[in-house]
Write a protein that binds this ligand. Structure first.
Ligand code: SF4
Length: 478
């Protein structure tokens, strides 16, 4: 899937406790997590007395372009956030980490995920006098925390987290502590590491590599880890019926060099390619190519298992700025051609297997397959290392509307015809679950199956509201 495919990444969080250069390391950690959100970035730090904050719209490099923006963030505790807005619009008030002062001191929060009952909670809070500064669901958590009448911070936190439904991987900063929280379903990843006595948390372990921190373990689903001058302690939220980690993190979202849900993404993605080659082979093909970059590893796995040569048939231009102006309809293929180029010397006369990780709208992929044909490929066989995406995600992933999901209302044969390929095959849900690491935790697969694990009624109405459309075709299975 290319970045023009229609799925947007969501958010990345980072936190560090006990390092004299906390803000600087957070800044570097956010760099590694840039793929999880490009709309805003920010850091909040604390020196024990005062809390410092800098947030802005844009990439990490833009927001912290002036080194003084990092230098001014004093103290040995910091949290950071890269945002893609799955709820709330792109505006500075919605940038995270959000910070407030309440009777217990300062409080800042960075959130990855999506609360499915935030509208109800927000309405209840507003009815009882709360005034919101942003349109995000993350602010609801701050309000719940600040309003708790409990005297101990951990009791305030447990009370605030209790009514939340949906996905939340959080890092929280107070004047003198860092807290990491993962919701009981474990939808989004969150891992813990260490760097010379400092404790770090990040959405993905790739953030640890850049700052030379060691990965320790994942934050468990439902676990709350508090780090302060007394060391670290774990508390637990009531368990969910089922742990449902987002399987799409392995398929597409997380970086291949990260370790999430206890396993390396690269290893799992390669296995997805191998299982795909077993389940949906492409006999008589000559070469295997990927849609760079997210499909590279799955394509390698496919080629290895199929005994075919893996080659670079598409080159991706990494230097497209965010300000790229889309051309007129007359040049409608231009945006794909400026991003990808097909290599005639590799493709000409060959029967090509193209491995991609997923299909959302299919519009980009159609242009890509045309590009491959134009470069002289004799046959194009498309293999997808995930099942057809048929349902929206309510847990923090911004899929387009169901109407726009090409597999929602078309058969595989119809999608194949639309994409103008010689064959099209998807990985089945059963084989997908065979390829991802097993253990005590399960996976969410509901964008493929519609079997939503957490009460979606409110999320569904929010979905309709936010899309402001007449999408009435959703037929939820549960
Ligand atoms: S619906 Fe899909 S994208 Fe969303 S959490 Fe579940 S598996 Fe992940």
């Amino acid at each position: 899937m290319s970045n023009y495919s229609g799925i947007k990444d969501f958010c990345g969080v980072f936190a560090i406790y006990g390092h004299p250069r906390a803000a600087e390391l957070t800044y570097l950690g956010l760099y590694s997590l840039q793929h999880r959100g490009q709309e805003s970035s920010g850091i909040v730090s604390s020196d024990g007395d005062s809390v410092y904050r800098h947030v802005g719209l844009g990439l990490v490099a833009d927001v912290f372009e002036d080194p003084r923006n990092v230098e001014g963030l004093k103290g040995s505790l910091a949290i950071g956030h890269n945002r893609y807005s799955t709820t709330g619009s792109t505006s500075l008030p919605n940038a995270q980490p959000m910070a407030i002062k309440y009777r217990g001191g300062s409080l800042a929060i960075a959130h990855n995920g999506n609360l499915v009952n935030s509208r109800t909670l927000r309405a209840q809070l507003e009815d009882s006098g709360s005034i919101f500064a942003s349109s995000t669901d993350s602010e609801v958590i701050l309000h719940l925390l600040a309003r708790s009448q409990k005297s101990e911070f951990i009791d305030q936190l447990l009370e605030a987290l209790d009514p939340l439904e949906g996905a939340f991987s959080l890092v929280i900063l107070t004047n003198d502590r860092i807290v990491a929280v993962r919701d009981p379903h474990g939808f989004r990843p969150l891992c813990m590491g260490s760097k010379k006595g400092a404790i770090v948390f990040a959405s993905e372990s790739c953030a640890f590599d850049l700052i030379e921190a060691d990965y320790i373990r994942d934050v468990d689903p439902g676990e709350i880890i508090v780090v302060d001058k007394n060391g670290q302690r774990s508390y637990f939220l009531p368990p969910a019926d089922k742990v449902t980690q987002c399987v799409f993190e392995f398929i597409y979202f997380s970086r291949p060099d990260s370790r999430i849900f206890g396993e390396y993404v690269d290893k799992t993605r390669r296995k997805l390619g191998k299982v795909l080659a077993d389940e949906k082979p492409a006999p008589n093909a000559d070469i295997v190519i990927s849609v760079p970059d997210s499909s590279n590893t799955a394509a390698l796995g496919f080629a290895q298992r199929a005994g075919l040569k893996y080659d670079m048939g598409l080159i991706r231009n990494h230097y497209i700025g965010r300000t790229f102006i889309h051309p007129s309809p007359a040049m409608r293929d231009f945006n794909v051609r400026i991003k990808f180029n097909a290599i005639g010397g590799v493709l000409r006369g060959r029967k090509v297997v193209v491995v991609d990780d997923s299909i959302v709208r299919g519009t980009t992929l159609q242009k890509l397959t045309r590009l491959i044909r134009k470069a002289g490929a004799a046959e194009v066989h498309l293999r997808i290392s995930s099942p057809p995406i048929r349902f929206p995600c309510f847990y923090g992933m911004d899929f387009p509307t169901r109407r726009e999901l090409i597999a929602a209302f078309n058969t595989v044969e119809q999608v194949k015809d639309y994409l103008e390929v010689d064959s099209l095959e998807y990985l089945s849900v059963e084989q997908l679950l065979r390829a991802v690491p097993t253990g005590r935790c399960g996976y969410c697969t509901c964008c493929f199956t519609g079997d939503y694990p957490v009460g979606i009624e409110e999320a569904y109405s929010k979905y309709l509201h936010e899309r402001s459309s007449n999408i009435l075709e959703l037929d939820f299975h549960s």
